[in-house]
Design a protein around this ligand. Structure first.
Ligand code: UTP
Length: 290
């Protein structure tokens, strides 16, 4: 019952980021100097995940190349004696066989993308990471969830409170607190209007799911926006099994959104000592024009 595999759905169209995402998955956009996807892959390996399943659509090539060796660059760095950089790009390549790619032939929704990984996951609990939800946290979110899962042994999702007028962007919960940072989910609804929303507690893109979820995803019922939604399958699973929410601490950035992406770049750049001071100077300067 250990969580050993993680699914990364990266087959969305990324329409909010056109034209940047016309030929490239939005998960390959860089935050400071790393593609968004790399932050999530590092989070997964740090949480003890042994195998990653990318569910890809367009933009597959750049993603595959990013996690593969680049003999040309390695050779050039070696020749120039840039050993630190060389080590950095070599470390990026996971052990052979730890990354598996499968394809979502049509972008029918997040739930459908996860269902595409069913044969690779098999009959065991697994993690799902939506890389465009980038989280800056003192405690890496998936590691915390894996620890909690080892104790609770039930499906769970990362959750956070969102402004009341933004419930229509998220899966929203009706839930009761059972521990300091854990809620037990009673019901959930995808993208409700603020009037319909049972609370302002929203699901964020980190999950640990029991394999039973594939049965519901396999029914392929379309929900909000005409897409096959993970939230709807989780709602059905809830009738059979408990599902919990983990209230993580930290800042979450929606990198699928233009403003969220810029905020993530700023927040992560300010953590880099080599550019922090220049950025602060620049922010102070342009602040005068606000
Ligand atoms: P989003 O809701 O952000 O949708 O998907 P999107 O299509 O990527 O972006 P917009 O709204 O058009 O700008 C959430 C996650 O689910 C994946 C996305 O890649 C993203 O990681 N996804 C979504 C799929 O893999 N397949 C789908 O059919 C839909």
């Amino acid at each position: 019952m250990k969580v050993k595999k993680a699914v990364f759905p990266v087959a969305g169209l990324g329409t909010r980021f056109i034209p940047a995402t016309k030929a490239m998955a939005k998960e390959m956009l860089p935050v400071v100097d790393k593609p968004i996807i790399q932050y999530a892959v590092e989070e997964a390996f740090n949480a003890g995940i042994e195998q990653i399943v990318f569910v890809t659509g367009r933009g597959k090539k750049a993603l595959e190349d990013h996690f593969d060796r680049s003999f040309e660059i390695e050779h050039a760095l070696e020749k120039k004696g840039k050993t630190d950089m060389l080590r950095q790009i070599q470390q990026l390549v996971p052990r052979t066989g730890t990354i598996v790619y499968t394809r979502q032939h049509e972008p029918l929704g997040l739930g459908h993308a996860i269902w595409c990984a069913r044969d690779i996951i098999g009959d065991e609990p697994f993690a799902v990471l939506l890389a465009d939800d980038l989280i800056q946290s003192p405690k890496p979110v998936l590691s915390e969830m894996v620890k909690k899962f080892d104790r609770i042994r039930a499906s769970m999702a990362a959750v956070m409170e969102v402004p009341d007028d933004q419930t229509d962007k998220y899966g929203i919960l009706d839930a009761v607190e059972v521990e300091n940072d854990i809620v037990r989910i009673k019901d959930m609804i995808e993208k409700p209007s603020p009037k319909e929303a049972p609370s302002n507690l929203a699901i964020i893109g980190r999950y640990i799911l029991m394999p039973k979820i594939f049965e519901y995803l396999g029914q392929k019922q379309s929900g909000a926006g005409g897409e096959i939604q993970l939230t709807d399958a989780m709602k059905s699973l809830l009738e059979e099994q408990p599902i919990f929410g983990y209230k993580f601490s930290g800042k979450r950035f929606d990198c699928g959104d233009k403003a969220g992406f810029q905020m993530a770049n700023l927040a992560f750049a300010l953590e880099r000592p080599e550019i922090r001071d220049r950025l602060i100077g620049f922010i102070k300067e342009i602040q005068k024009d606000f």
